[in-house]
Design a protein around this ligand. Structure first.
Ligand SMILES: [Zn+2]
Length: 217
């Protein structure tokens, strides 16, 4: 285990949230100084972590969510990021905890390169093969900033909302105890079915959580 360099809270401010489907909840957003990659990652406190008071002692439910402009903002159905984000906010608001919004577009390869990879996928490669063809690793995400944010928030242990074993392994190595694994739901649509199947096959993701089929309309 190697503790990451310490980061400190820079600003915290309340941020009332309302999603396109009308779901609304209180939130508190934190920015940081000292994150190792210099990117502007955010921690979003929800439920009993949405207030300005002293930190709560219970184990928080934590979801590291990698930024996906096409899925989170535009509702792209080529991936399941938008529904995953929406589900995570509501579940964390219910349990109390943090959504870590990580600026790791396209598994760390960046937005433009992700679109290049989409073009290769339309030519027949799967998402991992496309990343490799562009000279990138299958998954370049480094969760050191996520661990730094949790340490800065005074969170030594988490219930981890994720199906991705790499997130739990990296956080454990960075001094964050994963006390409980909480699977996310499946968000299946005709457009992302192949992507999700590839993720399960190539990334050892657990797809045995509670399923919820969604129509792509
Ligand atoms: Zn996405």
């Amino acid at each position: 285990m190697t503790l990451p360099p310490p980061a400190t809270i820079r600003t915290e401010v309340s941020l009332p949230l309302r999603f396109a489907d009308g779901y609304a909840t209180a939130a508190r957003v934190f920015s940081f100084d000292g994150l190792v990659d210099g990117r502007e990652h955010l921690a979003i406190g929800l439920g009993d972590r949405a207030g300005a008071g002293p930190r709560v002692a219970t184990v928080p439910l934590v979801r590291p969510h990698s930024e996906c402009l096409t899925g989170d903002v535009l509702g792209s159905q080529r991936c399941d990021c938008g529904p995953q984000l929406r589900e995570a906010v509501e579940r964390i608001a219910g349990a109390g905890g943090y959504l870590l919004y990580l600026r790791q577009e396209g598994r760390g390869i960046g937005l433009y390169t992700k679109l290049d990879a989409y073009a290769l996928q339309d030519g027949g490669l799967d998402t991992y093969e496309a990343n490799l063809a562009l000279g990138h690793d299958e998954d370049e995400r480094d969760y050191t900033p996520a661990a730094q944010m949790l340490h800065a928030l005074g969170v030594p242990g988490v219930a981890l909302l994720s199906n991705n074993p790499d997130k739990a392994a990296q956080l454990g190595r960075l001094g964050i105890a994963v006390l409980q694994h909480v699977p996310t739901e499946l968000h299946l649509s005709p457009a992302n079915a192949r992507y999700l199947a590839t993720k399960a096959r190539r990334g050892a993701h657990r797809l045995d959580g509670p399923g919820r089929a969604e129509s792509a309309g």
